[in-house]
Write a protein that binds this ligand. Structure first.
Ligand SMILES: [Zn+2]
Length: 191
């Protein structure tokens, strides 16, 4: 069973295992606001409420990052006009995971490709071809992808996993009053 973690401002932050949620509660970092009364957690040290929803005691800041707008030219520039598959001069762009297989338009899924590789690859995946990428495609830094005419201003957006990172940072914070007991849920059943 999973537990919904709300930030101190009541917005949903993450879904975690009930064990992880219980550790947050035991370390006074969160309070249970809804428990599954029919299924208490039994352990060698007693019975605990099984949290369905918890709320963090302190607000954690979820960082925002500048998203660089995705352009065809930006992808070619990031990859220095070199084919991501063979390294030769490239002037087309290719979806690593083909669109027909749910591949998205993103910095992580678009690469520069030479005409030949693009043609050979078609709608197939790298695994099917036994190909590999010469680098891991990522969003470039803001200045690097700029092209003329200037693209729309970069939008602010959360990067995937930002909420989870913020929660992990909160968990890692030492407790000022009592030290967190990493193994305080020892003996609890697995979920
Ligand atoms: Zn190529």
């Amino acid at each position: 069973m999973r537990t919904l973690v709300l930030n101190a401002g009541y917005e949903p932050l993450a879904v975690v295992s009930f064990r992880r949620a219980l550790v947050l509660v035991m370390n006074n970092k969160a309070t249970i606001i809804k428990a599954d009364d029919d299924n208490p957690v039994s352990s060698t040290t007693g019975e605990y409420e099984r949290p369905s929803v918890i709320i963090l005691s302190r607000y954690v800041r979820v960082p925002y990052v500048r998203r660089v707008p995705l352009t065809r030219r930006g992808v070619l520039r990031r990859d220095a006009n070199h084919c991501a598959y063979c390294g030769r001069s490239a002037n087309t762009i290719d979806h690593v995971v083909p669109k027909s297989r749910g591949g998205e338009e993103s910095w992580e899924n678009l690469v520069a490709s030479c005409f030949r590789c693009n043609n050979v690859k078609g709608d197939r995946t790298l695994a099917q071809l036994g190909w590999s990428l010469r680098f891991t495609p990522r969003m470039p830094s803001a200045g690097m992808a700029r092209s003329r005419p200037r693209p729309a201003p970069a939008r602010m957006g959360r990067f995937p996993g930002a909420s989870r990172l913020a929660l992990s940072a909160c968990e890692a914070e030492p407790e000022s009053l009592q030290p967190p007991h990493a193994d305080s849920t020892h003996g609890l059943e697995h979920d």
